[in-house]
Design a protein around this ligand. Structure first.
Ligand code: SAM
Length: 595
C-alpha cells in the first residue's frame, strides 16, 4: 500500500469534506462534473447524494474498490485526450514529489504542452492544477482539496500565474494542521476557482487558526462564516476561526493568506525598516573598500524582486558575507548616477545584517551529559560544567532557568577523567556504548567529548546574546520567546542564538524589545515559513526579520531607542514583562508608524 500511496498520492477524503465541497458548487444539478482522481469515489457519492446527474470519474489505479454508484473510468487524467470540457471539476488530486512520480508520467512532461509549466522540482499536483484549469468550460468551477504548499512554493509560481491569467479565486478555506486525510501530515485547504476573466471579484478566506477537530459543527461554522462574509463583506472572527475578504492576488509571487489589516501592518513595518539605513563599509572584489547604503546591499534572494541579475551588479563582501550592489563607477548601466536607482530599490534592514546567527551546541547524547543533581559533584568538577540554556529554559525577555551539562572536552585522557572527575566518569560510563556508536564516524572523538561545538568561538567571546527556540508553536500567548542571556551561557541544539555585530551602534536591549513586540510578531506570524502551526527559527528565517535601525541625528528616534532599551532593562531587573510590555509596544508603534 505505501508504495502505491507514494507513486499515486493516495490519500482518501472524508465524506464530511466532500459533502462540504459539493455544496460549494453554484452550477445547476444537470451540469457536467468531473472528479479526475476519483480514488474510491467519495466525491462521486457526495455528488449523487446532492442530486447531480451528469458525473464522470477517472482513476489511474484499477485495483481500488469503487464505493460509489458512478462508473469510474480507469484512466490517466494527464495522458487521456479529453475532447469535452466540464462545468465543474472537483476532488482531491494527487500530490507526489517529483522523484516519486511514475517514470511514464514524468516522460510525458517533456511534451510541448508542459513546457514552462512543469520542471524537475514540480509536484504532480501542479500538473493536475494546470490541466484542470484547461479542462474547465468558461465560467466553470474548480473545487479542490489540496495541500497549502503550492501557495508559497517558488516552483509553483507558474501555476499561480496560470490561475491569475485564466480566472479568479472565489474561496480558500485553510484547515491548518487539522487531520483531514488519514496518513497524510500536510496542511490542507479547499479552494474554489472560477474560470472567468472578470475584474474586482473578492477572494473570501477562512482560516482555522487553532487546532480543531473535523466534525459537523466545524463545517457548519465554516458555512456560516462564508455566508456572513458574503452578506457583510467584512472580517469576522469566531472561536479560533478567522474569516476575511481580500482583493485577488495580482502577481505569481507567494500567496500568503494575510488579511488586509495585517497586510497593511506588515508593509508599514517593512517600509519603516527602510527609512533609516546607515552607510557601511564593504570590500569590493578588487580589494578596495567602499561605503554603501546598507539598504542597497542585496542578497541573491533580493535580485528578482528588484529586477536585476548578478552580472549587472558588483559583488561585495560585508562581514564575510556576499552581497550584490551597484558601485558608483559602473558605466555599462544606462542610469548610472550613483543612488538614483538605489533609492527606488531600497530593501528593509534585516536581523541578518546586524547580527550573527548560529545554531546551538549538540552534545551527542543529552541524557549522558545533562546534570541532574549538581550537589553530588566536587568543586573541581563543577568548574568543568557548561551552563546552557535550553528551549525549555526560555521565557519572553529573560530565561526562567538554566541547565548544567558535563563538559569534559578539554580532558584528553580517559585515565584523567576517571581519577580527577570520578562523578563525570561514572555518569558518562553508563552511556559509553551508545556514545561510542554515535561518534563512530571517523572523527576520532573520545567518547566522553561533546560532538558538535558549532559556533563555539562566537558564543564564547560574546557576553550579550539573544536566544530564541529553534521551533516555537504558535499559541494564544501571541509572542515568540526572544530571551536575553548574559555571560557564559551556551545555547543547546533546540535554541538559535543571535549575537549583534559590533559595528552597529545600537543597544541589544532595544533589539530585544523590538523582537518581542506584538507588532513584529504580526510580521513573523505571516512571513515565517511555518510547518503547520510551528514557527521555524533556524538561521535563514531569523536573518530575514526586519529591524528598525535608529537615525542617530534624529533626537526623537534616539529618545525612542533609549526608552525601549531602558524599559527592557527594567523588565530584566524586575523579571516581569507583563507590567512593561505596553510601553515597549507604544514606542515600537511610533517607530514603525503602525497603530
Ligand atoms: C489524494 S488521492 C484522492 C482520492 C479520492 N479523490 C479521495 O479524495 O478520496 C488521489 C488519487 O488520484 C489517483 N491518481 C494518481 N495519479 C493519477 C492520474 N494520473 N490520473 C488519474 N488518477 C490518478 C490516485 O490513485 C489516488 O487515488
Amino acid at each position: 500500500m505505501s508504495g502505491k500511496r507514494k507513486r499515486y498520492g493516495q490519500y482518501f477524503t472524508p465524506g464530511l469534506i466532500s459533502d462540504f465541497m459539493v455544496d460549494l458548487i453554484d452550477h445547476e444539478k444537470n451540469c457536467r462534473v468531473l472528479d479526475p482522481a476519483a480514488g474510491k469515489g467519495v466525491f462521486l457519492s457526495s455528488l449523487v447524494k446532492k442530486g447531480f446527474e451528469n458525473i464522470a470519474g477517472y482513476e489511474i489505479d484499477g485495483s481500488l474498490e469503487n464505493k460509489s454508484q458512478v462508473d469510474i473510468k480507469n484512466r490517466d487524467y494527464l495522458r487521456t485526450s479529453l475532447k469535452v470540457k466540464f462545468d465543474v471539476i472537483i476532488g482531491n488530486p494527487p500530490y507526489v514529489r517529483w522523484r516519486n512520480i511514475p517514470e511514464e508520467i514524468r516522460e510525458d512532461f517533456e511534451k510541448e504542452y508542459w513546457e514552462n509549466k512543469i520542471n524537475g522540482l514540480s509536484d504532480l499536483l501542479y500538473s493536475f492544477l494546470f490541466r484542470s484549469v484547461d479542462k474547465l468550460r468558461e465560467e466553470g468551477e474548480l473545487i479542490f482539496l489540496t495541500p497549502t504548499f503550492w501557495l508559497q512554493n517558488q516552483h509553483a509560481s507558474s501555476v499561480r500565474d496560470y490561475f491569475i491569467k485564466n480566472g479568479y479565486l472565489d474561496l480558500i478555506v485553510s484547515f491548518n494542521e487539522m487531520k483531514i486525510c488519514k496518513n497524510a501530515s500536510t496542511s490542507y485547504m479547499v479552494f474554489k476557482f472560477i474560470k472567468d476573466r472578470v475584474d474586482g471579484e473578492k477572494l473570501d478566506i477562512i482560516k482555522i487558526r487553532d487546532k480543531r477537530r473535523l466534525n459537523k459543527d466545524l463545517i457548519q461554522s465554516i458555512d456560516e462564516l462564508i455566508e456572513s462574509l458574503r452578506d457583510k463583506n467584512k472580517s469576522v472572527k469566531e472561536k479560533g476561526i478567522k474569516a476575511f475578504s481580500r482583493d485577488q492576488f495580482s502577481s505569481p509571487n507567494q500567496w500568503p493568506l494575510v488579511s488586509p489589516e495585517n497586510k497593511e501592518v506588515i508593509s508599514k513595518i517593512e517600509e519603516s525598516c527602510k527609512n533609516y539605513s546607515p552607510k557601511v563599509e564593504v570590500k569590493t572584489s578588487s580589494g578596495n573598500t567602499e561605503k554603501i547604503n546598507l539598504a542597497n546591499l542585496y542578497t541573491k534572494y533580493d535580485l528578482k524582486k528588484i529586477g536585476r541579475t548578478k552580472d549587472t551588479l558588483n559583488k561585495v563582501k560585508m562581514d564575510n558575507k556576499n552581497y550584490y550592489t551597484e558601485l558608483g563607477q559602473k558605466t555599462f548601466f544606462k542610469y548610472n548616477k550613483p543612488n538614483s536607482i538605489n533609492k527606488k530599490h531600497k530593501r528593509h534592514i534585516r536581523l541578518g545584517d546586524i547580527a550573527k546567527i548560529g545554531n546551538g551546541l549538540v552534545s551527542g547524547l543529552d541524557k549522558a551529559f545533562k546534570v541532574k543533581d549538581i550537589h553530588k559533584y566536587s568543586q573541581k568538577e563543577k568548574q568543568k560544567m557548561l551552563k546552557v540554556v535550553k528551549s525549555s529554559d526560555l521565557n519572553r525577555f529573560y530565561n526562567k532557568s538554566k541547565t548544567f551539562y558535563l563538559f569534559p572536552n578539554e580532558i584528553e585522557k580517559e585515565e584523567t577523567l576517571k581519577k580527577e572527575y570520578p562523578n563525570f566518569y561514572n555518569k558518562l560510563k553508563e552511556h559509553k556504548t551508545k556514545l561510542e556508536d554515535r561518534y563512530d564516524y571517523g572523527k576520532n572523538i573520545p567518547w566522553w567529548h561533546w560532538v558538535f561545538l558549532r559556533n563555539w568561538k562566537l558564543f564564547k567571546t560574546s557576553n550579550h546574546k539573544i536566544f530564541v527556540p529553534s521551533k516555537e508553536r504558535v499559541n494564544n500567548k501571541g509572542f515568540v520567546r526572544f530571551t536575553y542571556v548574559q555571560g557564559n551561557f551556551y545555547p543547546t541544539q533546540d535554541v538559535t542564538a543571535i549575537v549583534k555585530r559590533k559595528r552597529f551602534n545600537i543597544d541589544i536591549k532595544y533589539i530585544l524589545g523590538f523582537l518581542n513586540s506584538k507588532t513584529l510578531y504580526k510580521w513573523i506570524l505571516e512571513k515565517n515559513p511555518k510547518k503547520g502551526r510551528v514557527l521555524e527559527f533556524p538561521h535563514r528565517p531569523l536573518s530575514k526579520i526586519p529591524i528598525r535601525l535608529i537615525n542617530w541625528s534624529n533626537e526623537k528616534e534616539i529618545q525612542i531607542h533609549n526608552e525601549i532599551a531602558k524599559t527592557v532593562k527594567t523588565i530584566l531587573e524586575e523579571k516581569n514583562w507583563k507590567k512593561h510590555i505596553d510601553q515597549i509596544e507604544k514606542e515600537v508603534k511610533k517607530l514603525t508608524k503602525t497603530t
